[in-house]
Write a new protein. Sequence first.
Length: 210
Amino acid sequence: MMHGRFLVLAPHTDDGEFGCGGSINRWVSEGREVYYVAFSSAKKSVRKGMPKDILEKELRAATKILGISPQNLILFNYPVREFPGYRQKLLEDMIRLGNELRPEMVLLPSTNDTHQDHQTVSQEGFRAFKKISIIGYEMPYNNLNFSSSLFVTLRPENVRKKTAALKCYQSQADRAYATPDFIISLARVRGTQIGVKYAEAFEVIRWVLK
């Protein structure tokens, strides 16, 4: 892959890990620069009795396991489930990030993701970064459908790091898609499609070769 600087746009903490955690770990291990931006720590969704900042702490622990430098982690505080009302502000923040970070590849939710916050990040992300390569990551529990038009092969270590990172999210542990079995099974399915043991699949939204 030609691209050297990656920017992961996660509507909420943990979305990037679920969608492309194995690829993140692979690219970091290859010496590529990866930035991770989470637009909400979803404080309104934190279960009663848990600290309001638990998802932020879990995010920092998870991205550290994947190999992302703390200085490459950026967290905003947009209110969860209200992103459609903040379209212009989100777009402005993305444009600013693009000017500051100069990424060569942007990863964001699939164009067919049905969550309102994910849709907004996907749509405004395209507007902000349409002059560079953009791929959409897979979240099967949200996607109406998914075009697996790009695959990233993963080594067993990349999958182990992804499952270890997701284990940091103890506040989300009861979700069916948060189990190691689900994560590993999906990686095997995507790997089988291209004749390897493990892979992650992506939707090609825009591909630019310079």
